[in-house]
Design a protein around this ligand. Structure first.
Ligand code: UTP
Length: 308
């Protein structure tokens, strides 16, 4: 799969981040000092991908500005010997190719992927959902591409989730298990109720799909949540006889798509970052003392009420 191109759907409203995401795309909210979408592009480049098709919508122009040159700022930074501050993004601008495709109506993830169809002919497609950030020794997408090459089929990333969480995800049912991490998919169901879920293997934000996914998404009816779902398109691939494998990516997944998930991701990244780890550890230790103190106070208050 040399030269595989990526689609990054980023046209959603990001309602879970409102009001912050009203004018600032949630993909630009920072994880430490870099916007979350930058981690996605870095994973893509580290997986051998150079071409990124970003599906955008209203108010997403700042994403294009971020991955663009800014000569006035660069001149000032160079004069004050601070040009290293843009190093990580300048490297991306030099190596990656960006194409922006506009999704005029936010009809769902499946529709966003379909919107990018004209950028592809018959090659496979690597899809990154920018809410999910993976870290680990081998880039998440590189792991999926390897499996797709070996098995010559579609591969989707999955992760085991708690039973009460299955209704937040697309869930697979397994036809065959080949190893602790590799499965052949029998069926997929989008956001099932916990008692109807065929497994606890949830689809997470990375896919390598054949270009037939675009035809599979064509004329799809609105599915779960009143949206055109990518899961339904993959189900159509299965129905047309294509094999779909599911792979548990080795590494850590961060869900930065909710306010709390984003906050946790920031804390985890800070703890692991050489520049911030010492300070954040000190701060967390102080917070722990405050929490114990507050819990002690609450306990004392409870006991006082009991004795009255
Ligand atoms: P989500 O379901 O997480 O929606 O979309 P969202 O708008 O990003 O966030 P919330 O749920 O309202 O907080 C999953 C991915 O699909 C993209 C989103 O940008 C996100 O990356 N998407 C979704 C589109 O590009 N277009 C759509 O019509 C819907």
């Amino acid at each position: 799969m040399n030269g595989i191109k990526a689609i990054i759907p980023a046209a959603g409203f990001g309602t879970r981040f409102l009001p912050a995401s009203k004018a600032v795309p949630k993909e630009l909210l920072p994880i430490l000092d870099k916007p979350s979408i930058q981690y996605i592009i870095e994973e893509g480049l580290a997986s051998g991908i150079k071409d990124f098709i970003v599906v955008t919508g209203k108010n997403k122009k700042p994403i294009e500005d971020y991955f663009d040159l800014y000569p006035e700022l660069e001149t000032i930074l160079t004069a004050s010997k601070k040009d290293h501050l843009l190093d990580s993004v300048s490297k991306i601008i030099k190596t990656a190719n960006f194409l922006y495709v506009k999704q005029f109506e936010q009809l769902g993830l499946g529709h966003a992927i379909w919107t990018a169809r004209t950028a592809f002919s018959h090659e496979h497609v690597a899809i990154f959902l920018p809410d999910d950030i993976f870290t680990g020794a081998i880039p998440g997408m590189a792991q999926l591409i390897k499996v797709a090459n070996q098995e010559k089929c579609n591969v989707i990333a999955v992760q085991e989730v708690a039973k009460q969480e299955v209704s937040r995800y697309g869930i697979i049912s397994v036809r065959r298990q080949f190893s602790p991490n590799l499965f052949q998919v029998k069926d997929l169901v989008e956001k099932p109720a916990p008692n109807k879920a065929p497994s606890n293997l949830a689809i997470v934000g990375r896919y390598v799909l054949s270009s037939n996914i675009f035809a599979s998404l064509e004329n799809l009816k609105f599915g779960s949540g009143g949206e055109i779902q990518l899961t339904d398109g993959i189900q159509n691939l299965l129905l047309s006889g294509e094999k779909v494998f599911a792979y548990k990516i080795q590494g850590q997944r961060y869900d930065a798509g909710t306010t709390f998930g984003w906050l946790k991701t920031n804390l985890d990244f800070a703890l692991k970052h050489p520049k911030y780890s010492e300070e954040i550890m000190k701060y967390l230790a102080k917070l722990e003392k405050d929490i114990l103190f507050m819990q002690g106070k609450a306990e004392a208050l409870k006991n006082k009420h009991k004795t009255i």
